[in-house]
Design a protein. Structure first.
Length: 240
């Protein structure tokens, strides 16, 4: 008798859009890319956005796709989904959700329950329309509300959360803020302009130094000609 086991296929899409508004998409990308840059030099921190996470082996009906999740202890690389038992059973430690205007409270409660049940250490929920930030941290096995969130520093990420006039602001341990693509582009352009201006100033300084050197050389040549003329007249230049 031959026994065969059918391979379980874990879907890579839940059929839901990544974002339902431009502002939601902006913050999802900013958070994801900010976390990516934060750990760009660590090969064992995997960051993903809108990637299906299957926490239970064989259960394709149990999944969630956090807007951003950060997983310590797993290598970077492409994945169709995050199948936990194939990843040394490492649970995503930090997850972010950016709330959509269509998200009902029931849906958000279910997400919180999912993250509670499956071992997430830190969960952050931001509502861009209301500019409200909530957070939960696992304490003694339970996700407990973080109060206050303003100025809170993530134990895992080391980042600080603030709420500014333009929305959520996240600051790296070195004080640099997570930036959107447009802000990064503006920053690169500003740095390019500063570098160009510095190069121009250095070039101008070099030209001034060259001109001063040429004037000094001309003065030296003039003095030498005058000394030669005095010697022709039997006058010692050093005696004048």
């Amino acid at each position: 008798m031959q026994v065969t086991t059918k391979e379980i296929i874990y879907p890579s899409s839940d059929g839901q859009p990544m974002a339902e508004s431009t502002i939601q998409y902006k913050f999802i990308v900013t958070v994801k890319e900010g976390c990516e840059l934060l750990f760009k030099d660590d090969p064992n921190v995997f960051v993903a956005a809108d990637l299906l996470w299957y926490p239970v082996e064989g259960r394709i009906d149990i999944s969630q796709a956090p807007d951003t999740m950060v997983i310590f202890g797993r290598p970077k690389g492409d994945r169709l989904s995050y199948i936990q038992y194939r990843e040394d059973n490492v649970t995503p430690q930090v997850v972010f959700e950016i709330r959509s205007h269509n998200d009902r409270q029931t849906k958000m409660n279910k997400k919180l329950a999912f993250y509670q049940r499956h071992g997430v250490e830190e969960y952050y929920l931001y509502d861009p329309e209301r500019n409200e930030l909530e957070g939960w941290q696992r304490i003694e096995g339970n996700l407990e509300v973080i109060e206050p969130m303003e100025g809170w520093i993530s134990p895992r990420l080391g980042v600080r959360f603030e709420l500014g006039e333009d929305g959520l602001e996240i600051y790296r341990p070195d004080g640099q803020k997570f930036l959107s693509y447009s802000e990064l582009d503006e920053q690169r352009e500003l740095e390019r302009q500063r570098a160009e201006q510095a190069s121009q100033r250095a070039e101008q300084a070099s030209q001034r130094a060259e001109q001063a050197s040429q004037r000094a050389e001309q003065e030296a040549q003039k003095a030498e000609r005058l000394a030669a003329r005095l010697r022709e007249l039997n006058i010692d230049p050093d005696s004048i």
